[in-house]
Write a protein that binds this ligand. Structure first.
Ligand SMILES: C[S@@+](CC[C@H](N)C(=O)[O-])C[C@H]1O[C@@H](n2cnc3c(N)ncnc32)[C@H](O)[C@@H]1O
Length: 237
């Protein structure tokens, strides 16, 4: 049985509110800790900008934001935004105990409507978040607006492998194993939604085109798990 993609932000926020308490645990378990390696690679791609401003959209429990805040201490601001209050509450708790100064900041808002000034940020990241956004083109438009000239956009995301052994393995893992484990430890519906959201997401080519349409130039792209996960760097020209 297939799960419809939730059609409203409110439903998506409610779903992430439900999975928040077990989110970090399941991430580590279901990706065999690979997610941490991918996040570290994203962190390494954040440009060096003294007094810069960094924004992590769909920050969730803040793993990427905290990793960047630790590595890029020359930035004056590390801000994380998300629509789920429960995810943000966990992120805030982690930020407080991290001892980082200045403490990373969090605000509840949608990628589609960033209540932030034009050209304010030097770097913007979104990891495993864009797939969940209802109007993705609108979000990319917002990313372009809030980045300054030469600003760097980093997108880490799952893509559907179309053929070969990885496509077969993806079907098995994402449609059977993952919802089973997710169901045991967290919310079965949410973990059945994950493969559906990947299936309805951009192809890598469509993503490149969507970025180009909004004014970005893709400057580099890395592929993991035979293309099932990608890290894309684009620049506002
Ligand atoms: C799979 S989690 C990823 C969290 C985190 N970035 C990470 O790498 O673990 C997806 C996150 O996207 C958030 N989200 C979904 N739609 C959003 C939107 N329109 N604007 C901002 N955040 C959104 C969810 O609340 C959730 O925290």
């Amino acid at each position: 049985m297939s799960i419809q993609r939730p059609e409203s932000e409110a439903k998506i926020a409610a779903m992430f509110d439900r999975v928040a308490p077990r989110y970090d645990l399941l991430n580590r378990l279901l990706s065999a800790r690979q997610d941490q390696r991918w996040r570290r690679q994203l962190t390494a791609m954040v440009p060096f900008r003294p007094e810069g401003r960094y924004l992590d959209v769909a920050t969730g429990t803040g793993d990427v934001l905290l990793s960047v805040a630790r590595a890029r201490t020359e930035y004056q601001e590390h801000l994380g935004v998300d629509i789920s209050a429960e995810m943000l509450a966990l992120a805030q708790k982690k930020a407080k105990t991290s001892g980082l100064k200045p403490t990373p900041q969090f605000r509840q808002m949608s990628a589609e409507r960033l209540l932030l000034p034009d050209g304010a940020f030097d770097c913007l990241s979104i990891s495993f978040g864009l797939r969940n956004v209802v109007r993705r083109d609108q979000a990319i438009k917002e990313f372009y607006r809030v980045l300054g000239p030469g600003g760097v956009l980093l997108i880490l995301e799952f893509f559907l492998p179309r053929k070969g052994l990885m496509a077969w393995f993806f079907q098995l893992y994402f449609h059977r194993i993952l919802p089973f484990i997710g169901g045991l430890l967290s919310d079965r519906e949410a973990y059945r939604y994950l493969p559906e959201s990947v299936g309805s997401f951009y192809t890598p080519e469509a993503m490149r085109e969507a970025l180009y349409q909004q004014g970005f130039t893709v400057t580099s792209s890395y592929s993991y798990l035979f293309g099932a996960c990608r890290l894309i760097q684009a620049t506002k020209v």
